[in-house]
Design a protein around this ligand. Structure first.
Ligand code: 2M8
Length: 421
């Protein structure tokens, strides 16, 4: 299939998943608006349709809480309980800080929003629309970053902690196995049907149990600090936050604001990443409750590469790991979501092995900011080969490139549009 035909197919997926105000991740399985999915959709649309890229971010931020937290799901009322856990589980409307008239979850996802807004602004065909968008969204993104700094620095070292695997966007990554295993065994009555490969063992029960505990605390920051049993500093979440701080610094003058505080925060995050998460030639997640670094390396380990200011020797070490047989060197199709040599690696299970278009895009962006053009080229070309061969699937087998999970997946289509540019 030539580039033009692939681009047309990507557009038709995005059209089909567009509700008139938001793009849902995939038909059927994900009938609501998901947080980082919408940021990838905005990135993909940036060069082609400034208004719709902006609308995607605006509709997502309509779900922002008064605390600054941007929720991981913004529910569409017509499909309220079509996904579990739905609004009746999260009960956002009972909380005084939730937005009026919008039902959301109570968790967040990687803070890619400022980078996505910068991408839209930087590539916009319609410059006036993009400038107005920056002025409108800038204060909301400042509030988001302030929330992370004030409420999520549970380790006290300058990084944001995730309090649930869903917050990582890489739900059942082996990086969360040990912190989840340390939880008291739970059985929860509800289960989603039909997806045996996605939630092995009793992980899904633990996900629901963790969400309910947080909800029952009243989404209380003090509960998170003192009692919540899952708190992890993830290098991907924090690498994305750092890149978004740098993006906010670039956008600040457009909004008539001072870029200084964003630059300073980016530097603090970089220092904390190096100090707290670096070991054995790579970044590793830190389990704050277990008090240790998680040994397994995943695609999340490369998140801090998004920082152009990462010291050169660290960049070189990370790229060595990325290109080694632990990741790209032994995979036919980059980048496996877990290192291939790990016992937990599973080529067919969701975030435990398959390759994903969104993380490939992030690593291609990281390669670009470090001037690693050959690596960026390989990541772009191989990702396009995946979608050409297997379609806009949710994820892909890293050895043979066959598709896994949902079909017609929005971020796979949207980022294809960007890669074709
Ligand atoms: C997956 O996560 C949801 C929960 O948020 C799920 O498993 O049901 C992840 O791949 C996540 O990254 C993504 O945002 C979401 C929607 O595509 O699906």
């Amino acid at each position: 299939m030539d580039d033009a035909a692939l681009g047309r197919e990507a557009w038709s997926v995005l059209e089909a998943n567009w509700t008139g105000s938001v793009t849902v991740p995939a038909p059927g399985l994900y009938p609501h608006q998901w947080n980082w999915d919408s940021t990838f959709v905005a990135i993909g649309l940036a060069r082609w349709d400034t208004r719709r890229a902006g609308a995607e971010l605006v509709s997502l931020l309509a779900g922002q809480w008064r605390t600054g937290m941007v929720p991981h799901i913004v529910f569409r009322p017509a499909h309220a309980e079509a996904y579990f856990p739905g609004p009746s589980v999260w009960r956002s409307q009972d909380h005084p800080d939730s937005p009026n008239g919008v039902c959301t979850s109570g968790l967040t996802q990687p803070p890619l929003h400022a980078l996505a807004l910068w991408w839209v602004w930087r590539h916009a065909a319609d410059h006036d629309t993009a400038t107005a968008l920056v002025r409108r969204l800038y204060p909301m993104l400042v509030a988001q970053h302030d929330y992370l700094a004030a409420t999520r620095d549970l380790g006290g070292g300058g990084l944001a902690a995730i309090v649930h695997p869903w917050e990582s966007g890489m739900d059942d990554s082996p990086a969360w196995d040990a912190p989840l295993a340390a939880l008291a065994p739970v059985r929860y009555a509800y289960r989603r049907d039909g997806l045996p490969e996605r939630h092995p063992d009793s992980h899904h029960d633990r996900y629901v149990w963790l969400a309910l505990r947080y909800r029952d605390s009243g989404y209380d920051p003090a509960y998170l600090r003192q009692e919540h049993p899952f708190a992890v500093e993830d290098p991907m979440f924090n690498g994305i936050w750092l890149a978004s701080c740098q993006a906010l610094a670039e956008l600040a003058p457009v909004a008539g604001a001072d870029p200084g505080p964003h630059r300073e925060r980016a530097e603090r995050i970089r220092a904390a990443l190096l100090d707290r998460l670096w070991t054995d030639g790579a970044f590793h997640a830190r389990d704050l409750r277990g008090g240790r670094l998680v040994p397994v390396c995943t695609v999340g380990s490369f998140g801090p590469l998004l920082d152009p200011g990462l010291p050169a020797e660290r960049v070189a070490e990370l790229v060595r790991v990325l290109e080694s047989p632990r990741f790209m060197g032994a995979a036919g199709y980059p980048v496996p979501s877990c290192e291939i040599r790990a016992q937990e690696f599973d080529r067919s299970r969701y975030w435990r092995g398959p390759s994903w278009v969104n993380t490939n895009w992030l690593l291609r962006r990281a390669a670009t900011v470090h001037g690693l053009t050959a690596l960026a080229q390989v990541l772009g070309t191989c990702t396009l080969r995946l979608v050409r061969q297997a379609g806009f699937r949710e994820c892909f087998d890293p050895f043979d490139g066959s598709g896994r999970g949902s079909r017609d997946f929005s971020w796979s289509a949207a980022l294809t549009l960007d890669l074709l540019a």
